[in-house]
Design a protein around this ligand. Sequence first.
Ligand code: FMN
Length: 369
Amino acid sequence: MSQDVTRRKIEHVTVALGHDLTAPQAAAWGDIRLMHQALPEVDLDEIDTGADFLGHHLRAPIFISSLTGGHAEVAVINARLARAAERFGLAMGVGSQRAALVDPALAATYAVVREQAPTAFLIANIGAPQLIPQAHKAPFTLDDARRAVAMIQADALAVHLNYLQEAAQPEGDRKARGVLAALGAITAGVGVPVLAKETGAGISREQALKLRQAGVAAIDVGGAGGSSMAAMEAVRAAERGDTQAHAVGEVYRDWGIPTPISVVEASVAELPLIATGGVRTGLDAARALALGATLVGVGFPMLKAASQGDDAVDAFITGFLNELRVALQLTGAANLAALRAAPVIIGGATRDWLELRGFAAQVRAFARR
Ligand SMILES: Cc1cc2nc3c(=O)[nH]c(=O)nc-3n(C[C@H](O)[C@H](O)[C@H](O)COP(=O)(O)O)c2cc1C
C-alpha cells in the first residue's frame, strides 16, 4: 500500500505537468470587475502587499498551494518552492503527507521545506477521508496528525476535502459518514490551527458554517475553475484502462462551486479565507482579495515553475506580485485593507448564482462601497 501511495504522488505531478487539467467554468474571474480610479494618488512602489494570517505576517497574500512530497523525485520541487516562500515571505503547503505517515522513509521529501524555509509559514497536509475507517484501512489518529505537523515543523495543518477526487480514483476512499466529527477531534487536539481545504469543488455557505462549528481556524475554498483533480484522476484511470473511473473523472471535470462564488458563500463563516482554484494572475488575486479573501492559493503555476528551476519560480512570483500591485494602484488602494473596501462589480453567471442563493444585497453592497 505504501508503494501505491508513493507511485500516485509522482503520477500526479507527471500528469499535471503533461496535460491541461483546467476545469471549464462559465462563472469566473472575468465576472468580477474592480472600479478604475483615474487619479489613484498612490505610488506603485509604496504599495504594501503585506497580509496577516493566523497570527503570522506575510509579505504578500500568497499561499503556495499544497502540491507534493512523498517520492524522491519531487523533493526538489518542494525545496524550490520553499526557498521562494522564504525569499518572498509567503505561506506554503506540502502535498498530502499520507505517504510518509505510512512509510517514514519518505519524510525527508516533506521535511525539506522547513530546511529551506526556516521562518516561512508552513502548512502540513492530510486528507479528511483518511480520518475515518475506509475499506481495509484504519483511520489516521490524532497522533498521526501531530506527526504530520512535526514532520515539517508546521505552523498550521490543512485537512483536505477531496471527495470528488476520491470518487474518480480507482483506489479512492468512498466513505464519508463521520468526517465532520473526526475533523472536530483534530481541530480540538492537534495543537496548531487547522484549515479546511477543498481541492477544486468549492465550499458552500452551509458547509462553511459546519466547518466553523468543527473548530477550523480558516477555510481554503478550493473552488472550481482551476486544476481539476477529477481530470487528473481521469488521465490516470485511462492510462490504467479503467474506463469507469475515467468516465467519472471526465463527467465531473467542471463540477463544483467556482472560486469567486465560493469566496462569497464561505464568507458567512467569518473566518480567514484562502481563494484557491484558477488564480493565474495578480489581477485574479486582486479580485479575490477585494471579494474578502485573506490570501490567494496558487497551485499549478507554482508546480510548473518549480519543475523548471528556482529562477522560473522567482520570475513567476515577481510577475504575479507586480500585476497585483498594478491592480492596487489602479483602484487607488495603498494596501490590502483599502482594496477590500474598494467597489467590486459582479456580473454574468457569478451574479446570477449569488442572487439566486440569497446574496443579492451583498452583490449591491460590493458595488456601492
Ligand atoms: C499535482 C497536484 C497535486 C496536488 N496534491 C494535493 C494534495 O496532496 N493535497 C491537497 O490538499 N491539494 C492538492 N492539490 C490541489 C492544490 O492544492 C490546489 O487546490 C489545486 O491545484 C487548485 O489550484 P490551481 O488551480 O491554482 O492549480 C494538488 C494539485 C496538483 C495539481
